[in-house]
Design a protein around this ligand. Sequence first.
Ligand code: PHE
Length: 344
Amino acid sequence: MSIEEIKQNVFKEIGNCKNFQELENIRVKYLGRKGKLTEILKSLKDLPIEERKKIGPKANQLKNQIQVALEEKKDFLINNPEVKPLDFTLPGKKIPQGHLHPFTLLEKQIEEIFANLGFEIVESNEIETEYYNFDALNIPADHPARDMWDTFWLKNSSAKNDSLKNQGKYLLRTHTSPVQIHYMETHQPPFRIVSPGKVYRYEAIDASHDIQFHQLECLMVDENISFTNFKFIVLSFFQQLFSKKTEVSFRPSYFPFVEPGVEIDISCPRCHQKGCSLCKNTGWLEIAGAGMVHPKVFEWVNYNPKFVKGFAFGIGLERIAMIKYNIPDIRLFNSGDLRFIKQF
Ligand code: PHE
């Protein structure tokens, strides 16, 4: 196509075109990388100088004219109400946004409540020696209480270190209580800590049991800590987490590392003690193992039990999330099912 022929066609085509797509096609046809005018401009360098001087300015002038005509047509299309090519007021496409896992949300809320009560948040190991998971918590090897926790032992892991703390087999911690020992070995009272983390138990998986779950350990030690302090912290925590109406109750129980040992129950947050399926019509939910720190435990970490007292409790975080959000099955947490996660 010659310059003349292009001139004859292009402006007519621009004049007739009715939408942006057509206009873009015209631009590509003449000015695109393989466009008709582009080809002519590209071939200029092969022409004898005389001809180049004649055709060059013409071709460039036409290119400018086409560009101007395209711009004008574009303005016309934008302003023409019948074309409605671009509606700037239409809502854009929403980009799906990620968010925190319900479990993480809960963990943050719990940590905030404890931080406001003056507790420090501490992290600890998931792999422990027998010493930290059992012995220093007053559970010697032959003690029947070891059966309270079904343990995952690590293979070929008999630790050969001389120190008692590293002797014995390695295991995946069965509870967060070993953090009590680690912390007291390296800190002096007074202190208040909470430590959330994963724990492992070798048990059959069903709607309320998993081999891996989370606990939060709480430990407060000072010279004159009493059961009253303990009760106050427990009550404030559960009232902030559920509601002001929540009541707590302490039932005698047994854990080798506390004396007295108790099981903490809270009034059912769903039915407020009227009786429902969640609390199996008892009005109460079992929520934590707890007690006053056993003097033997203080001895293991070289504290003098005559002068220091403390309380500790361990709560299952999945259980709390299930109660709070009405989640029927613990397996949903790690199912990766977006229909579950997107509800939060
Ligand atoms: N570690 C205990 C358990 O997992 C709970 C507990 C923590 C009990 C602290 C007493 C004190 O069952």
